[in-house]
Design a binder for this molecule. Sequence first.
Ligand SMILES: Nc1ncnc2c1ncn2[C@@H]1O[C@H](COP(=O)(O)OP(=O)(O)O)[C@@H](O)[C@H]1O
Ligand SMILES: [Mg+2]
Length: 241
Amino acid sequence: MEDFEKGKLVSSGKAKSLYESPNPDYYIMHYRDDASAFDGVKKESLEGKGATNNKFNAFIMDFLEKEGVPTHFERLLSENESLVKRLEMIPVECVIRNIAAGSICKRLGIEEGLDLNPPTFEFFYKDDELHDPMINEYHIESFDWATENQVDQMKEKTFQVNEILKNLFADAGMILVDYKLEFGSFKGELLLGDEFTPDGCRVWDSQTREKLDKDRFRQDLGDVVESYQIIAKKLGMEQIN
Ligand SMILES: Nc1ncnc2c1ncn2[C@@H]1O[C@H](COP(=O)(O)OP(=O)(O)O)[C@@H](O)[C@H]1O
Ligand SMILES: [Mg+2]
């Protein structure tokens, strides 16, 4: 892979940094080794996470694109970098849950592992200081974070992703418990942005229900990056590490 000249640092989030690229329509997304949880309160560096997530995301975004979901992903540039379309991000997280885990259990007093049929859909406002509060479509429109049409598309595309990825994971012996997506607009078109990696979803082994995602980090279960690589291997990704 070529060494694509990185320009100015545009932003640095909890796990990734964005740089300008020679083409103003594209950014270079750099996946760092930083791991964070609980709105950035728990932080650690996990060797190899950046490279693992970079390749994991590339595989999933390619797969989604082939299945008809337009994404910002262009191509891998290096171990830790990908070329992506420069989006105007909507500051909202779209979450689908197939099984109850994480914040919904606390919020609604339900046990982890409950089947959610049909799956639930939730919007959260992306703001660490406010602890990403749950919102609904009225907030999104009232505060002008997105249009009604974009809201409809975000919901539709997030469910479309569920149909595609639930099966992909199931066929590989895993359960896609839940996941978070972020969208943005590119020249008027709504595209799936950010990342799809084990940092932003929950994945359990179908047989043992062992957690293979970022809950290993949140709950100090160990072997975080190793587990991400187990998911990758089960999905048939080559050369992830
Ligand atoms: N294609 C894109 N164009 C512009 N911004 C993007 C794109 N994809 C993701 N982003 C934004 O870049 C940041 C990615 O870095 P990350 O470490 O995940 O940040 P955060 O701590 O905000 O989650 C996020 O704020 C995300 O919304
Ligand atoms: Mg993020």
